[in-house]
Design a protein around this ligand. Sequence first.
Ligand code: AMP
Length: 502
Amino acid sequence: MNLPLIIRAEEHSEKIAIATTDGSFTYRDLLHTSSQIATNLLQNSEDLQEERVAFLIAPGFEYVATQWGIWRAGGMAVPLCVSHPRPELEYVITNSGASIIVAHPNFEGILRSLAEEYNLRFILTSETLPSNIARLPEVDITRRALILYTSGTTGKPKGVVTTHQNIQAQVTSLITAWEWTSNDFPGETRRERILHILPLHHIHGIINVLTCALWAGAECHILSKFDAETVWRRICDGDLTLFMAVPTIYVKLITAWENASRERQKTMSEGCGKMRLMVSGSAALPVQVLEKWQSISGHFLLERYGMTEIGMALSNPLHGERLAGYVGKPLPEVEVRLVNENGELVPVGTPGEIQVKGPGVFLEYWQNPEATAKAFQDGWFCTGDTAVVENGKYRILGRMSVDIIKTGGYKVSALEIEEVLRSHPDIQECAVVGVADIEWGERVCAALVLQGLQPLTLESFRSWAKERLAVYKVPTQILIVEELPRNAMGKVTKPTVVELFC
Ligand code: AMP
């Protein structure tokens, strides 16, 4: 049996699946190219048997065809982040135990040497693909499909493993709730069409946008990277039905709208009016952003809550009242409960930790049974986020750990950043915190105790850090202090560090 995603794609064969600046590609194109890629990956084996294939390709048709090719060959897809420096790529490649790296030629410089160092097979997307398609393996949906790396409260990022079945559950839940369709809209020439502007190493872009679109038989129009002007141009074309983004992107779109002429603003707003749904998630949506966006676009953004480990869990309704500052109710097939520190259910109106159960919840942290076991309580996944239920709707209150920072929709670990900063020759001690920011949700800031008398400029500090950390993890503000604030136990008091930056 083929994977359901593939069987469904066969039904939509002549419809456009992906559109990019390179052209439009039908579901048939996607099936054909992904079968060629699968053949190439298999070489002479019959099934990759969950071998990890790490791939670094900018968002576009080649990315999608490669992801599907890995799945069709029976492998596990390990998407790499296009903006990661070498140490971050090396960590993901080695931690996942990838045996193959697939790269766009733009990334050959950084990845070929890594492949040689670790003796991995290296494939460039520019290589000619085989014309004879091999017999592809039957891949059961219970098999592992994807590893996404996500930051936690301890050390380095963990690999979140989802099976094809988990992905299917995450996707179908959203398709039902938000009524994705493959059909043309009655009385119109357009189909269900989403503009994809999100990174493709993160759940939001991979599941909520790309895989939902392809599962539904819709069109996914992909920009290789986010650019506010280009997004507005596409919105003004008036042919999109859906848009999904993180709050930071909405803030950037608001700024671009405010900088446009009156006439242009009118066209921009009319373009938004043609869409049927605009969604925000991956970080708290400030009410003032929601209100400003409503005045510009006429859309009351649908805010939802989710996480790499669970897919989406809570959502405001597609139809019916959406409440600013709330994330609605559990999505189809998702069970949610709130518990206190003793693991007991809290009464309505009392804050508690969000715990989640359902077929979309991930299988395991990659090769980390201890962390996996610790993340569950009686079969419920412990999110580390707190919420309260008011009038039947969930309101997110924040994260239980100050060491988890959400910046621009990315989840980053203060501890991981601190570990890297401590390797700077001039830094003796440091404390990294998230400081509230209307555009980024939180800004990554670092209080530093220096050793020696060498001065440290933000510029030289950031360029040093960018070689070691993903750019969104690099502190945007530093403060040189004599010593870090500590409690009686000698533990750094992070709330006091935050105050230093306010
Ligand atoms: P990630 O796994 O990168 O998608 O990050 C998941 C985390 O993002 C959650 O655990 C929350 O802390 C945060 N998050 C996601 N959606 C929302 C939301 N609508 N409001 C507040 N926080 C959110």
